[in-house]
Design a protein around this ligand. Structure first.
Ligand code: FEO
Ligand code: CA
Ligand code: CA
Length: 721
């Protein structure tokens, strides 16, 4: 989420401050340095084909990238970037574009009806919260495809690195459920002609209803994918849906916030929550899934929904006010939040008068899409932070781990290792695997090794004298616990992705996007404070081996291999997969030699079942200034062996490309387009974009976040040879 309405994420890039290509060469490894030094010339680049190292050396050929170990090859030709048209001030194309031989169509968009009785979307955005609760939510993000079968057998729920566990038998790959996150709302577009002001409970409820998760049934008939507007699986989980809290923090006094009767008229206080109940999931960014057939949705910038109106902090018995305030600072709560203004009409989101309510957000939430009546579960064992994604690995001993990033500047990378092994033949036996295990945080050493540091009460200083009275408190204060044990501050960890162990590739290899960090290496240096008093994102760490660029405006991708090929390993080896960059810089002397494979701010990250790494980006997406030759946000495909990168998808003005999944056969890919044209205003919603109407979908009137389905005209596997 880096839309215009979230200033902390805005990316204003000034090329003059970037390091030179020489700086880059000076700090890459010797072997890579030799390669770059021999590859700088245009003719050499041409001979090598498309090569991307550090994002600076780019594609000049469109020949297929051949197969390799654990890699199925890349068959499509790069497409050009979607650049600024100076005459209009917008991008050249208000479209999703994909390579020759592929088709991209809009499948389902914000406001579409996804369950029986839901009203059709109205382009004036005059519909209320009750309508929105039955319609596709706003600002789509992470998602996963769950196939249905005649018996509704659990579908493609094990990732490809555990391919042997997966069975497609009797499963209808052309009829499935998409679980889709709705990260946030753009209130200037959501609320019709009046906009957000004045704030009313009706508007707050509509915004809450546009958040959360959709379960939407989709079907292929002939060559067309459509969504089912009357599906009995159709479901909305919103910012107010009742949920169960489980795991070590469940029942903790820290979770006993004020209880409200939540109605369309308002939120009236009716007592105290029991610590086992929560209401709503918010800022659902990236995602995961489990081998037992459930969806994981991850709560990222939930702090932005809280605020206060100048009230005094209401004290919590047994907890000093200073500790509450330190925690609120460490997680970035502020009086105005991110401008949603919910606290003005809904007292549940006032963190001064209801100071424990923020403790009910920042978790990974598990949803069973196959049981529409099931209650979502907040799994506290996986820690509380600004969760980006949670990607599962099952190792050869059926041990299970989930890899997770905390997306804020200078935050950490985590993994959760389940105590119980997976029971592959019995999904019900795995139902509560996420409640018991060890949460670790990563420390990256300069020599290419790393350690997983356990966040366990009583160990490594996580003791009462340091503010950790039990494991529940370690988990509610995950960030402070990670500060205490000495984790490595990273350049905004976004998605994790797990390389499939196929075709002779046996390593447990996990990748993570580090989208950018403009505070890295800036002055005066400072670190996250182990006493928990550091304001979120406020530190200025020096560069280190894992985060080597000062003022890292373009981001990079890091990867690691677990020692012993075990998810339970406490040590690993790591390297930087690539650094994203800007080919326009004169000192790189690459202008004219580049074939559109550049990128900035990698965010979404996903391996398909054939070992292709898909990288989605999230920058301003306006093609202005430093983005002049990058243009819109993009999705590229990378070879994990050779690091070659090829541009596959460009997007409309101002949007983020995020969320990716495929059918189990790999022949239909789903990609989310978030906040198209978010420079539009209440008075002129389409100032910046008419998408998806511009792509032939729906009504004109205002831009809409939407899910796109991509197919290959010859019926082949997306991205393949
Ligand atoms: Fe919602 Fe970190 O992206
Ligand atoms: Ca994002
Ligand atoms: Ca993201």
């Amino acid at each position: 989420m880096k839309g215009r309405f979230h200033p902390k994420n805005n990316l204003t890039v000034n090329p003059s401050k970037n390091e030179s290509i020489r700086d880059v060469i000076d700090r890459v490894s010797l072997s890579r340095r030799r390669f770059i030094m021999t590859a700088v010339g245009t003719s050499v680049l041409t001979v090598l084909g498309d090569v991307s190292i550090g994002g600076f050396l780019q594609s000049v050929e469109a020949a297929p990238i051949p197969k390799g170990t654990g890699f199925g090859g890349i068959g499509f030709k790069s497409i050009p970037p979607n650049l600024l048209n100076p005459a209009t001030g917008n991008l050249e194309k208000d479209l999703v574009s994909v390579p020759e031989g592929y088709t991209a169509k809009v499948l389902v968009a914000w406001g579409d009806p996804i369950m029986p009785g839901a009203p059709t979307w109205l382009a004036d955005a005059s519909q209320n919260a009750a309508a929105q609760e039955m319609q596709y939510g706003m600002h789509v993000d992470g998602m996963h495809y769950f196939p249905l079968s005649p018996g509704n057998v659990v579908g493609r729920t094990v990732s490809s690195q555990a391919r042997s566990l997966r069975s497609f038998v009797n499963q209808d790959i052309n009829n499935g459920l998409l679980c889709v996150n709705h990260e946030y709302t753009q209130d200037s577009i959501l609320h019709g002609s009046e906009g957000l002001s004045p704030v009313t409970i009706a508007k707050v409820r509509k915004s809450q209803a546009a958040h959360g998760v959709s379960v939407v049934q989709i079907t292929k008939s002939g060559n067309e994918w459509t969504f089912n507007r009357n599906s009995s699986y159709g479901r909305r989980i919103t910012g107010n849906t009742e949920m169960r809290v489980s795991g070590p923090a469940a029942g903790s006094d820290l979770l006993k916030s004020k209880k409200f009767n939540i109605t369309s008229e308002g939120s009236s206080e009716i007592g105290t929550n029991d610590g086992y109940t929560a209401y709503g999931t918010l800022n659902n960014c990236a995602n995961g899934y489990t081998p037992w057939g459930t969806y994981l949705t991850c709560e990222e910038n939930w702090n932005g929904y809280f605020g206060h109106n100048g009230e005094a902090l209401v004290s919590t018995p047994g907890i000093p006010d200073s500790e509450i305030v330190a925690g609120q600072n460490r997680y970035g709560l502020s009086a105005g939040g991110f401008g949603y203004r919910w606290h003005e009409a809904d007292p549940r989101f006032n963190y001064r008068t209801n100071p424990l309510e923020p403790h009910l957000f920042g978790w990974v939430v598990e949803i069973n899409p196959y049981e529409p009546g099931s209650k979502p579960v907040k799994r506290t064992a996986l820690g509380r932070f600004k969760h980006e994604s949670a990607q599962v690995v099952v190792d050869d001993n059926n041990r299970v781990a989930f890899y997770m990033g905390d997306d804020e500047r200078n935050e950490y990378i985590y993994k959760f290792v389940c105590t119980q092994s997976l029971n592959p033949g019995n999904p019900a036996a795995n139902r509560d695997l996420l409640d018991t295990g060890v949460l670790y945080v990563a420390k990256f050493n300069a020599n290419g090794t790393g350690q997983w540091l356990p966040l366990v009460y009583g160990q490594n200083g996580l003791t009462p004298e340091n503010g950790f009275r039990n494991q529940a408190e370690v988990l509610v204060k995950t960030r402070q616990a990670a500060d205490r044990v000495g984790a490595t501050m990273m350049d905004r960890p976004e998605w994790t992705a797990v390389r499939p162990r196929i075709g002779g590739y046996k390593e447990i290899e996990v990748y993570c996007t580090l989208t950018n960090n403009t505070r890295r290496g800036t002055n005066p240096p400072s670190s996250n404070n182990p006493n928990g008093t550091t304001t979120a994102g406020g530190a200025r760490p020096p560069i280190d081996a894992a985060n080597p660029r000062p003022d890292n405006r373009y981001g990079h991708i890091i990867r690691w291999r677990e020692d012993g090929r075990s998810v339970a390993a406490t040590t690993f080896r790591w390297d930087i997969f690539f650094e994203a960059g800007d080919k326009t810089r004169p000192e790189a002397n690459l202008k004219g030699n580049i074939n559109g494979d550049d990128m900035s701010s990698p965010d979404g990250l996903w391996f398909d079942d054939f070992g292709r790494l898909w990288v989605q980006t999230d920058h301003a997406g306006d093609g202005v200034g430093d983005l002049a030759n990058i243009g819109s946000n993009t999705m590229s495909c990378a070879d994990p062996n050779t690091k070659q990168v090829r541009l596959f998808l460009t997007s409309p003005t101002d949007c983020e490309v995020t969320g990716i999944t495929t059918t189990p056969d790999g022949k239909a890919m789903f990609v989310n387009i978030q906040h198209p044209g978010d420079g539009g205003t209440t008075q002129n919603p389409t100032l910046r974009s008419h998408w998806p109407y511009s792509q032939g979908y729906g009504l004109p009137g205002r831009p809409r976040s939407a899910t796109v389905v991509i197919t290959r005209n010859d019926g082949g596997v997306i991205g393949g040879l």
